[in-house]
Ligand binder design. Structure first.
Ligand code: SF4
Length: 368
């Protein structure tokens, strides 16, 4: 498996080059791309429109699938969490969230995460490794095939969020490549307008994203309104402090086109960052940088052994009304899949699984 090249992360031009090295015409590359990305086939044996000899050759030198699903958990609210592993045994987590008029798939960009946000279970894994473009795209293929059947068109639109394990902007090139592969009309056809990427604040990549015409929506995880507190909760702040981060955000905001979304995320930790003063500081910070972006307030998703609890509903309402009084628009995000550790900040592969198996067996439908 290791030496075989994974074709799932190849875009059509790369596949045309690849089949040329096998002495095949370019249209075979287009056939393979459609089989992988549109028909969502995960083995060459299923690609019966290819000559048998080519399928056998592909089996020897390439692969159409590198991730294996280890476990699948289904929440009471229909959310599905997939624990997969890479060919070299690193965990990858993906969450499928059904809604009335659309589905959302939350994918991982890295196995583990090098950043040390204290409210996030993934941080405890550290960075295991970054995922390839193929491994990113394959998460979406696996989730869609599991929910709807192999190649079956989803009944409504599919949105993607890069908010699973990892810091997407520390794996920027593979991330952008995967998004371009998935946007192709002959493939999954999930266009950038249906994708939101969240970063903890990797400033150079925010500025780079601002230069890309085919970029996804951007969300910035803030977590705290002062450098002192953000250094504690999100140590990446020591490298790119709030003023530097928000100046980059302002540059990004200046390039926004009609229909593009740019948001801030603020995880609300009971008694930690949710006071009236924090709300005023947050509003003043955004106003000082003349940022108009909306703030998503996210009550923390508790996960042992993290020392935090979600802010109570009345606190969230009060926090929101202070933001509102200072002209900052906000929205409270409803947690999904908390019972299966699929909510934001709860993805941590083995740790979460152990915790689930020990403490929440009764509410899980554990398949496999
Ligand atoms: S919140 Fe995101 S960036 Fe921070 S440790 Fe968790 S996965 Fe990494």
């Amino acid at each position: 498996m290791n030496e075989r090249v994974n074709l799932t992360g190849f875009h059509p031009a790369e596949l045309a080059q690849f089949v040329a090295t096998l002495g095949e015409p370019a249209y075979r590359g287009r056939q393979i791309f459609a089989a992988l990305q549109h028909r969502r086939l995960q083995s060459f044996g299923q690609m019966t429109d290819l000559p048998k000899g080519l399928r056998e050759r592909l089996n020897q030198i390439a692969t159409a699938s590198t991730l294996t699903v280890e476990s699948r958990y289904i929440s009471e609210d229909g959310t599905r969490r997939f624990l997969m592993k890479t060919h070299d045994n690193f965990p990858v987590e993906t969450v499928f969230i059904p809604e009335e008029h659309r589905d959302t798939i939350c994918f991982s960009s890295q196995s583990g995460c090098p950043l040390q946000c204290t409210f996030c279970l993934t941080a405890q894994l550290g960075l295991l490794r970054s995922l390839t473009a193929g491994e990113i795209a394959e998460q979406i293929i696996i989730a869609l095939n599991d929910v709807y059947g192999v190649g079956v068109k989803p009944p409504h639109c599919v949105n993607l969020v890069g908010m699973g394990a990892g810091e997407p902007f520390l794996n920027f090139d593979e991330l952008i490549k995967a998004l371009r592969v998935m946007a192709d009309p002959q493939g999954l056809f999930i266009v950038p307008n249906r994708v939101t990427i969240s970063t903890a604040g990797v400033v150079p990549r925010i500025l780079e994203l601002a230069t890309l015409p085919d970029r996804p929506h951007l969300a910035i995880s803030l977590g705290a309104p002062t450098n002192e507190q953000r250094n504690e909760l999100m140590p990446i702040n020591k490298k790119w402090p709030l003023d530097e981060l928000l100046s980059a955000c302002k540059e990004f905001e200046k390039t926004l086109q009609a229909g593009e979304r740019f948001t801030f995320e603020y995880v609300m930790l009971d008694g930690v960052n949710d006071s009236d003063q924090h709300a005023r500081q947050l509003a003043n910070l955004l106003n000082r940088h003349e940022l108009r972006a909306k703030v998503n307030l996210i009550p923390h998703n508790p996960a042992d052994p993290l020392p935090y609890q979600p802010s109570p509903a009345e606190r969230v309402t009060q926090f929101q009304s202070i933001l509102d009084s200072k002209g900052v628009r906000s929205f409270v995000r409803r947690p999904r899949g908390r019972d299966i550790f699929a909510a934001c900040g709860q993805l941590a592969a083995r740790g979460a699984i152990n915790s689930i198996q020990n403490t929440a067996r009764s509410v899980l439908a554990h398949v496999n």
